[in-house]
Design a protein around this ligand. Structure first.
Ligand SMILES: [Zn+2]
Ligand SMILES: [Zn+2]
Length: 164
């Protein structure tokens, strides 16, 4: 989950949260749950790393932030106990936080999964493709602010291009 929103979940879970891994460059927080416990989750902006996926797990001693010259992946909440978070509590809190966050619940305009995960360079939805003929499907362009510069540039081209 993108860290800026995930931090609200950390605050709300308090003692119920198991260890949390933070990828500081990608700005993602990760919790560990029992295998399969999150398989049927449908939460926007949350990626469930199931079977066949890898998760970079830092050594237990990597608990310092980047600002202290430490590695960019660290334990935001250090490993303890079973290292697992109760999937039900986690799901409920994440759902709550998503409901209250316009950038994640859809009321702030469409965001591609890539941009939701802070992987802005991978986003290919900056421009809405023209809808196929005789189709009522409406494609939405990604509303992430990371595309603003690109959109401005395109607008400039379409404005000046027409005069020649
Ligand atoms: Zn973006
Ligand atoms: Zn995007």
């Amino acid at each position: 989950m993108p860290s800026n929103t995930a931090l609200y979940a950390v605050a709300r879970l308090r003692d119920r949260s198991g260890p949390v891994i933070e990828a500081q460059v990608q700005q993602i927080l990760a919790w560990l749950v029992l295998p399969g416990a999150a398989e049927d989750w449908h939460l926007p902006g949350i990626k469930v790393a199931g079977r066949g996926r890898y998760l970079a797990v830092p050594p237990a001693s990597w608990v310092n932030g980047q600002w202290s010259g430490a590695p960019s992946t660290r334990w935001l909440i250090p490993p303890h106990g079973t290292c697992l978070t109760d999937a039900k509590s986690l799901h409920d809190v994440l759902a709550e936080v998503i409901r209250e966050t316009p950038a994640m619940n859809g009321t702030a305009g469409y965001r591609s999964p890539e941009c939701c995960m802070n992987d802005h360079e991978a986003c290919t939805k900056a421009e809405a493709p023209p809808p196929p003929r005789e189709s009522s499907v409406i494609y939405e362009a990604c509303d992430c602010p990371c595309h603003e510069a690109l959109r401005r540039a395109l607008r400039r081209i379409s404005q000046t291009g027409g005069e020649r």
